[in-house]
Design a protein around this ligand. Structure first.
Ligand code: HEC
Length: 124
């Protein structure tokens, strides 16, 4: 009998800990994380009207799907958007090292990429 009570207690504590963990995970999730407010609402820089052309000309020779030298796939909107968090440091800043092995992008292209990201990377 003692054994049964003991196992029950352990069972209950495990369930309790389980619930605690679940509650913590829910708390950590912030529903506003994915919200983005465009910072340059008057500027019309989109993937379709600008970014795609830049990627096609300067980037997709290395960043394409499959066994490419560069990570990610910049041949489509979702691929570029997924990597855009790295663009500030690697592509837009004065210390940019992309496109790798080539001259940095012109200041005006870098400014426009910065606007695109600041505007939440619109597709069109
Ligand atoms: C000659 C090949 C080459 C070209 C062209 C090139 N890249 Fe890259 N890129 C790489 C390689 C290789 C890496 C991975 C090694 C590294 O991080 O330095 C990389 C990494 C990156 C990263 C970091 C990604 C990550 O997940 O950490 C970004 C962002 C990036 N490139 C953007 C660009 C953009 C934008 C262009 C076009 C303007 C471009 N690259 C052109 C080869 C290239």
């Amino acid at each position: 009998m003692k054994r049964i009570v003991f196992s029950l207690l352990i069972g209950i504590s495990i369930m309790y800990v389980g619930c605690e963990n679940t509650a913590t995970e829910v708390d950590i999730e912030d529903p506003n994380t994915n919200e983005c407010t465009p910072q340059f609402p008057e500027m019309d820089v989109t993937y379709d009207n600008f970014v795609k052309g830049v990627m096609d000309q300067y980037c997709i020779s290395c960043h394409f799907t499959g066994n490419s030298p560069g990570p990610g796939d910049f041949t489509n909107y979702n691929g570029v958007k997924a990597a855009s968090g790295f663009f500030a440091a690697r592509v837009i800043s004065d210390n940019a090292d992309m496109p790798q092995g080539n001259a940095p992008l012109s200041q005006s292209i870098r400014d426009s990429l910065n606007i695109w990201i600041g505007n939440c990377s619109p597709r069109n």
